[in-house]
Write a protein that binds this ligand. Structure first.
Ligand SMILES: [Zn+2]
Length: 355
């Protein structure tokens, strides 16, 4: 199965988050037949090349997709090729990266690896990262990782995190005609939302500044009653220089409403440019500097492991109708991952020799 056929097979096997059973089984069967020692936990699969020696490199991507939106032209679950594009749900995010990594694994399968490489293709990336969080403790010590997501093969060395706050304004209910007896919780929330709009946070070199976005609000039970409660959610895309707990405290100190952390598990991450994984990826991409990425990914769950995010395709095609990957991008993805692995182990060996 050549690269385009593999991607066609992956795209034509539906795998909306929560329904990755078929793709995990079918892909495991194909890879087992090719001699890879597949391991599986839930609907996440992985295999390791090499004899378990260090350095241990992880190549990670995801098997699941978001559900298709309504405005697709054809069947989103049926891959078709047109003008050099492979169109179908997940072609870009992230089955193109999965296909490119598998073709790369085949190329090096029977070669001597100076260390070991684990290829992991996980479930549930699009709705919380359960896949990687479950298998990570089973992968052993990892020295460096590459997360396969559509970045146009640009090397992302920093990624925004996500902090969601649940804010509750408490007031006192009364008849709207006797408003002086009450305390309007919606008014209190409105004052807080205005405060949030002008709050400023320290910026990050590659990712810029962070701001808060109020994304949902509920309050009030009747049109003639002063409301005693108003709840709103704040979405904040954080940068690695900001600590989630500190930001939450700072916001709590600024607002009249009660502030609770609703979700903070997508931590912002970044990898120093001096790390071998960054230098190797930049050399393989023929680039001089890494870039920052605003979208979260399973990289958030690899905190502490030097990692970069890089893969074929473009992030602005993800989660949209008629998602596609150019077959030329797929080929370039394979070439990139092969070059990267070779460069990484060469640089890592040199590093050890210098110590
Ligand atoms: Zn993705």
């Amino acid at each position: 199965m050549k690269a385009s056929q593999l991607l066609e097979f992956l795209v034509s096997t539906p795998s909306v988050s929560g329904n990755e059973g078929n793709i995990a089984s079918n892909l495991s069967e194909i890879l087992s037949d090719e001699g890879f020692g597949i391991q599986r936990e839930g609907n996440s699969i992985w295999f390791t090349l090499g004899k378990g020696e260090r350095p241990h490199l992880l190549l990670l991507s995801h098997l699941d997709t978001v559900p298709p939106c309504a405005s697709w032209n054809g069947d989103p679950f049926k891959a078709h090729i047109e003008d050099g594009k492979l169109i179908g749900l997940g072609a870009n995010d992230a089955k193109g990266s999965v296909a490119a990594m598998i073709i790369t694994a085949r190329e090096i399968q029977n070669r001597n690896v100076e260390g070991s490489i684990t290829f992991a293709f996980v479930a549930d990336e699009e709705r919380g990262g359960e896949g990687i969080r479950t298998i990570k403790p089973k992968l052993g010590d990892i020295d460096a990782a590459v997360v396969g997501e559509p970045t146009g093969l640009q090397v992302c060395t920093a990624q925004r995190g996500l902090l969601i706050l649940r804010c509750t304004a408490h007031g006192k209910a009364s008849h709207a005609a006797h408003a002086h007896l009450g305390e309007n919780a919606i008014h209190k929330a409105a004052r807080d939302i205005s405060r949030l709009a002008v709050m400023e946070f320290d910026g990050h070199e590659d990712l810029g500044t962070s701001r808060t976005e109020v994304t949902q609000i509920t309050g009030g039970l009747a049109r003639n009653q002063v409301p005693d409660r108003c709840e709103f959610f704040v979405d904040m895309r954080t940068t690695p220089n900001l600590d989630h707990a500190t930001i939450a405290d700072e916001i709590a100190a600024t607002l009249e409403s009660e502030v609770a952390i609703h979700s903070h598990r997508y931590e912002p991450v970044e990898t120093n440019g001096s790390e071998v994984v960054v230098r190797a990826a930049l050399e393989a991409a023929n680039a001089s500097a890494g870039i920052g990425s605003v979208t979260t990914s399973d990289w958030a769950f690899l905190k502490g492991i030097p990692a970069v995010k890089v893969g074929p395709g473009h992030t602005n095609r993800s989660h949209r109708p008629n998602e596609y990957l150019l077959l030329s991008e797929l080929e370039k993805g394979v070439a990139f991952y092969s070059r990267f692995i070779h460069t990484y182990f060469r640089m890592a060996a040199k590093e050890v020799a210098h110590v």
